[in-house]
Design a protein around this ligand. Structure first.
Ligand code: NAD
Ligand code: UFG
Length: 339
């Protein structure tokens, strides 16, 4: 069985990815400092897959512990989810983000090099495209960023490109996620923001469950179908399957170099379209008000996802309705998340 180090595996996307790779016969070793996740997520995944998971509570800033883990296990690849992701916080605490995301990733890469591990799958983001010159967004578009979080993702991509150039047998697939929402169909794992949610879908579902009073729709005067912001929402289970496809691609290709790949559906959905789909599929009330634009937001963002299809044989399967139903199953069964 191929062993995979999964950093950040207790988090939202990581926990869903564990299910896919375990069911496909890979053996994950999860490495997470639990700074933004709960150990209960791992227990729930164990229940879903019916087996125990090797979990290590550890920080990617702790290089000695990383070395110890690499000495104990022979890894085929690292799937690197560990990172901080709150855009607003990154603006007020840039050093924390560069330290954790950039230095942390360099630590992982250095220890991989020491132990001869050559396959890396990175959690990148559509944020590396900045404000795209046109839509849909192709992987070849130029990259730019407007906040330290995005900048940390971009810097890591540059590091990976240079490492791949310097070491020809090192492979790095940079998966550029669009907007992940939804949850496993069991309703036992899902997104559980530790604070008031920054992102739209967890905000909607917390309003619906009564934890928050009303949604603020940030701007209704964008040049979009109804004036509200348009994004490419993708079911987290589809995203998780994309990681499995990337692992399988690495298992079948000796030399890929730096490979950026969009993981999106190719379809844009506006804020109000998502709110209305949620209301319609769940029967819940979601009171909202129109508020000013949020600083740093762009009007529209959606992927061209052809590269993932051609190279990985991956296409997103789930539609917006399913994303809403699965989000609501998780939120209504776990009104306070993992607590
Ligand atoms: P998450 O916060 O749920 O998961 C990240 C995990 O990493 C958490 O479990 C956290 O405890 C862990 N972690 C953070 N710093 C660590 C450190 N120093 N050492 C060890 N573990 C650490 O977030 P997520 O939504 O699952 O995102 C996973 C990755 O995907 C992140 O790198 C994020 O930036 C990226 N991403 C997320 C989105 C999104 O909208 N959710 C979009 C694009 C990219
Ligand atoms: N929105 C609201 N009200 C809210 C929250 C969001 O109207 O309370 C709107 C935003 O203005 C935007 C849309 O909903 O039009 C989506 O916003 P999210 O915050 O859910 O997602 P973003 O596209 O802004 O951000 C996401 C990730 C970031 C990543 C970025 C770019 O959260 O980490 O995509 O890929 F950097």
């Amino acid at each position: 069985m191929m062993k995979i180090l999964v950093t950040g595996g207790a988090g939202y996307i990581g926990s869903h990815t564990l299910i896919e790779i375990i069911n496909a016969g890979f053996e994950p070793v999860v490495y997470d400092n639990l700074s933004n996740s709960s150990p209960v997520a791992i227990e729930r995944v164990e229940q879903i897959v019916g087996q125990n998971i090797n979990f290590i509570k550890g920080d990617i800033l702790d290089k000695e512990l990383l070395r110890k883990v690499f000495a104990e296990h022979t890894f085929f690849a690292v799937i690197h989810f560990a990172g901080l992701k709150a855009v607003g916080e990154s603006v007020s605490k840039p050093l924390k983000y560069y330290q954790n995301n950039v230095i942390g990733t360099i630590n992982v890469l250095e220890v991989m090099k020491e132990f001869g591990v050559k396959n890396f799958i990175f959690s990148s983001s559509a944020t590396v495209y900045g404000n795209p010159r046109s839509l849909p967004i192709y992987e070849s578009f130029e990259r730019s960023c407007t906040n330290p979080y995005g900048q940390s993702k971009l810097m890591i991509e540059y590091v990976l490109e240079d490492v791949c150039r310097a070491q020809v047998d090192f492979n790095a697939i940079s998966l550029r996620y669009f907007n992940p929402i939804g949850a496993d169909e069991s309703g036992t794992i899902g997104e559980d923001p530790s604070d008031i949610p920054n992102n739209l879908m967890p905000y909607i579902s917390q309003v619906a469950v009564g934890r928050l009073e009303k949604l603020s729709v940030f701007g209704d005067d964008y040049d979009t179908i109804d004036g509200t912001g348009v994004r490419d929402y993708i079911h987290v289970v589809d995203l998780a399957k994309g990681h499995l496809k990337a692992l399988e691609y690495l298992a079948n290709h000796k030399q890929t170099g730096f490979l950026p790949i969009n993981l999106g559906t190719g379809h844009g959905t506006s804020v109000l379209q998502l709110v209305n789909a949620f209301i319609k599929t769940t029967g819940q009330k979601v009171p909202y008000v129109i508020a000013p634009r949020r600083v740093g937001d762009i009007a529209s963002c959606y992927a061209n996802a052809d590269k993932a299809k051609t190279l990985l044989g991956w296409v997103a399967q789930y539609d917006i309705e399913r994303m809403c139903i699965d989000t609501w199953r998780w939120q209504s069964n776990n009104p306070n998340g993992y607590n």
